[in-house]
Design a protein. Sequence first.
Length: 333
Amino acid sequence: MTGWKGSTGTSRFPRGRSVPIIPRPFRRSPLPKKETPVIVTARKLSEVKLNNEYLRVDTDVSALKKSLESVGLINPVTVNLENELLAGARRFQAVSELGWEEIPVQVVDRDELVQELISIDENLVRAPLNHLQLEKCLNRGRELYESLHPTANKVDLSAEEPTGEEKQKQKELDEQDEDSFAAITAEKTGLSKSVIKGAIKRDALASDAVKKARGAGELNATKTNEIIKLDKEKQEEILPLIADKTVKETRKIVAAAKAGGVEAAVEVSAQVVPLPREYSQILSPVKRVNKNITRILVEELRYDGPERKKINEELRQLRDNLVQYFETIGAGE
């Protein structure tokens, strides 16, 4: 094997070196004070087992391969005592495609929960995930972390809409929170606590049918945040009613379902006049355009740069479309 470079900058792999490690971002170790060493060594690629459900070995690693050919492998992959790969799937894929026979590994001797946390952490901080993958990793990470840290602050999974007073209290608690899974992960990933908590709730509270609809692009996160206020069985009954509805309409249907059941939700849904997507997507941009044009006129802002011609062409096209719209579709209003 060639290409691995340690902190000395040499290409010789330092076999047998051991270093203590605590998995990121879960720095509050769930184990006793005594640190368990991680052995850094090498393994034949054929010896490494790819059994971990979190591994992503089917991604584009072309850029990573170029880096490996240029500077070598700086960070070893992580395996357990059974040679099961815990972290570093993309690095493993890249060296495999480059034809390496061996790969540097750090061998961890930790319990199964911590091993799973290591794999989740790798996904959260290294590999880009789609929204469902991210939510699944965050929620499973929360479950493991809270199991290993029973005294840490818990992530609230309540689906109820908090009152203004409750929101203020929660805001104050969030500012003091330093040891919950959301706080630890926010520091590590750069995501806000609210984003992390919202993602966790969507995975924990959404039914399989709702998740399937999201995966197919039929449901966005905002509408999901509304429907998960219902229990999972009721979500599946309400899902067809909100398929073509806006967030505002979805909120009304969900509220009706909570107050009067599915029949009430069906009645409210039938009263909703469907808003075509083209109309729902036009309101916010039009408001912004009007606001900016008003400011330009009031402040007499002038621009003579290279984009002026293009801007004027787009505005003329908008003007012509608006004239045609009000002469036909919007006439009489």
